[in-house]
Write a protein that binds this ligand. Sequence first.
Ligand SMILES: Cc1ncc(COP(=O)(O)O)c(C=O)c1O
Length: 463
Amino acid sequence: MSELSFLLPRSEMPRQWYNLAADLPTPPLPPLTPDGKPVGPEMLAPVFPMNIIEQEVSTKQLIDIPEEVQEILARWRPTPLRRARALEKHLKTPAKIYYKDESVSPAGSHKPNTAVPQAWYNKQFGIKNLVTETGAGQWGSALAFACSQVGLGCKVFMVRTSYDSKPLRKMFMHVWGAECVPSPSRETKAGRDVLARDPDCPGSLGVAISEAVEQAVSDKSGKTRYSLGSVLNHVLLHQTVIGLEARKQLALAGVKKPDVVIGCAGGGSNFAGISFPFVQDKIHGAKIDIIPVEPAACPTLTRGPFVYDFGDVAGMTPLLAMFSLGHQFMPPAIHAGGLRYHGMAPLVSQAAVEGLVTPRAYGQMKCYESALLWARTEGPVPAPETSHAIACAIEEAVKAREEGREKTILFCYSGHGLLDLAGYEKFLSGELSDYSLPEADLCKALEPVKAFPKAPRNKSGKW
Ligand SMILES: Cc1ncc(COP(=O)(O)O)c(C=O)c1O
């Protein structure tokens, strides 16, 4: 009988994070102000504490994980690497499908991997409160949990469409003592401006980020900072515990290297977490297909250009060099709320420019069908975001069957869907459909970006 779970003892938990910025063939472009000047650490100081800014700009390959952070992470880490044998049998595939189960964290996703260190560094710096945004509610829950552990106040601007469709996520945040407000709200100028343009706006991560940053920087006590759950270098850094553990666990399973590594991609953090250690192996010659999967309704990597753009709708963040659909792009209200982001992490974007990762986009119907197949074979109910990675793993396993090839597939099971059942209900009752973004809408959303400094063309010369 083949083994299904590959567990590491606590002594094997990573003690350092891996920083891809040290190994990329071309380093990522620096953040800029709209008039093209580099953004120095001091300009970020009202938003983030200096110890986190140092990580954000670091090019050191390995960065120590503080002992106290390890103590908290060890409550659920190392997370299991599991083999999806029942799904393999159902698909009659010669492929071996492994998944890193990040749903076992207290908040039910990979997000606490960065929430805990971010809360801890802020506490060390003397900060009392954190403000953030959340899409599906996973990040807000994770930060609420982390703040409760280190003793910080926490306020979350939650994208309205998720706030309305996922009331249990909001309660989750309340249990950990956080405040949760629907976004766009009337509490900030950014929110009021959006509501003036569209009183029924479903919200987006870009709007919620503007609200959270505005509220953090306008606290006169200087004791409030902003915290981001994805996109930035330090967030991706913290998530690399996923891939570092997976590498050791695959060795336990007798796998020298995976052939395919997959993660769903919203801002890019769980994808970076599972894949960056393998991107490092690929840079050093390993043959691995590394696939970020995004929704066809918000196709940042597959249809967006590589440009300098704001990370938020109101333009409060620096300009980041990334694939983007335009910072004012309002994604349709698909159920994978955590994937509704107009941009992509600069480090993931740079890896895509280098051809180290090859993105795909799927419609939500295919993803829900894959999630149901998963639940009816393997058992657990995945988050709608995670279903994008599952759909890709299934596609790759079917391809292996057709080619008669044994291959090893690894994907990140980024979160459970136990608080996302309303979306499943809609799918099962036939109320969902696919949405493909019209080219004209994309061109319109990219119009404001033309005024910004240009990012150099990528290898394909496409942009
Ligand atoms: C379960 C889950 N997976 C994936 C994501 C996407 O975020 P990221 O691309 O930063 O991993 C989210 C975001 O909320 C999420 O909740």
